[in-house]
Design a protein around this ligand. Structure first.
Ligand SMILES: C[S@@+](CC[C@H](N)C(=O)[O-])C[C@H]1O[C@@H](n2cnc3c(N)ncnc32)[C@H](O)[C@@H]1O
Length: 302
């Protein structure tokens, strides 16, 4: 089922890949945020995801769909899986390869440039797939549906992390809105055609983070209203939009610094609280993990 992705969307991710290149960020989640924030998101997501993955993943074939800079591919390969990792962005794949090479894991990971809406792999090739914070970025529900079908087609079991993001945040894909659905809508979309309903696990982001998020979105919103237009840069040149927005946001230094301090503090205090309260915070969560078990068969080992 081939569904194409717009060139604008491709350009956006290439632009993000350029900004990520050679940086220490663990994930592509928030390129405008401070390192601690990025680290915090990565820690919380890793804890939740690896708590759900099958206990024995060595010798299995794992697919990392929308691999970004390869944080999951590398961890799966370190745990003994053979990984097929792909991303829409050539730049992301380049960066992921570099990071894997640094850990001498290149021979355990096959990196390819491909879209989740049209995966160039045969049916059921993967024992399991992960697709972390990717499909909501497809901008349109008409692309999300084939992407989920492609993931189901190529894998026996599927682990998906969805992310609902605040629509007021301008540091998002400016070419599109992020697909925002309620938990029950995601559940019915992902579960369509399956015998077993998908499971949902909240990825716990704590009270402090929620407060700071409100503060951060308010700042972003204020900045957004100051932007001349979301379509052109301040200089009126046709520069990549995401860069234009980030440049604008970087202007009022004092506020940006305050925002970074608040984010760092929130991450610092939230981490132990999230870890302690575990799943009890799930209804407040921003991140949602959906787990699809396609059938009762055990994963075929390689
Ligand atoms: C927020 S990042 C997440 C990266 C990685 N999954 C992680 O958790 O670190 C989203 C990634 O999805 C990729 N992406 C966006 N649209 C895609 C598509 N249609 N097919 C494959 N990858 C896509 C982007 O290039 C980017 O690397």
């Amino acid at each position: 089922m081939a569904t194409s992705v717009s060139n604008d969307l491709k350009r956006f991710w290439e632009d993000v890949a350029t900004r990520m290149s050679g940086k220490k960020y663990a994930t592509v989640l928030d390129i405008s945020g401070p390192l601690v924030w990025n680290w915090y998101m990565d820690r919380v997501q890793s804890k939740v995801l690896f708590g759900q993955l099958p206990a024995k993943i060595d010798n299995s074939i794992a697919i990392d769909a929308g691999c970004g800079v390869g944080r999951w591919s590398i961890r799966l390969a370190e745990r003994g899986a053979t990984v097929v990792a792909f991303d829409l962005s050539r730049g992301m794949v380049r960066e992921a390869k570099k990071r894997a090479a640094r850990k001498s894991l290149n021979s355990n990971i096959d990196f390819i440039v491909a879209s989740v809406t049209d995966i160039p792999l045969r049916n059921d090739i993967g024992c399991f797939s992960i697709c972390i914070t990717v499909v909501q970025h497809l901008a349109d529900i008409s692309r999300v549906i084939p992407a989920i079908a492609e993931l189901k087609r190529t894998t026996k079991e599927l682990y998906l992390l969805e992310l609902t993001e605040d629509g007021n945040n301008p540091v998002k894909n400016p070419h599109s809105t992020i697909v925002q659905l309620s938990t029950s809508q995601w559940l019915s979309l992902i579960g369509a055609g399956l015998n077993k309903p998908p499971r949902y696990v909240g990825v716990d982001l704590g009270v402090f983070i929620r407060i700071v998020d409100k503060f951060r979105y308010r700042i972003n919103k204020t900045f957004q209203t100051r932007l001349p237009s979301v379509k052109t840069s301040s200089a009126g040149k046709n520069v990549p939009l995401s860069r234009a927005i980030l440049d604008e946001i970087n202007r009022p230094r004092a506020l940006v610094m305050l925002y970074h301090v608040a984010q760092n503090l929130a991450a610092f205090f939230s981490f132990p609280i999230d870890m302690m309260l575990g799943n009890r915070l799930k209804k407040y969560t921003l991140h949602k993990l959906f787990i699809v078990e396609k059938d009762d068969e055990n994963c075929t080992q390689r």
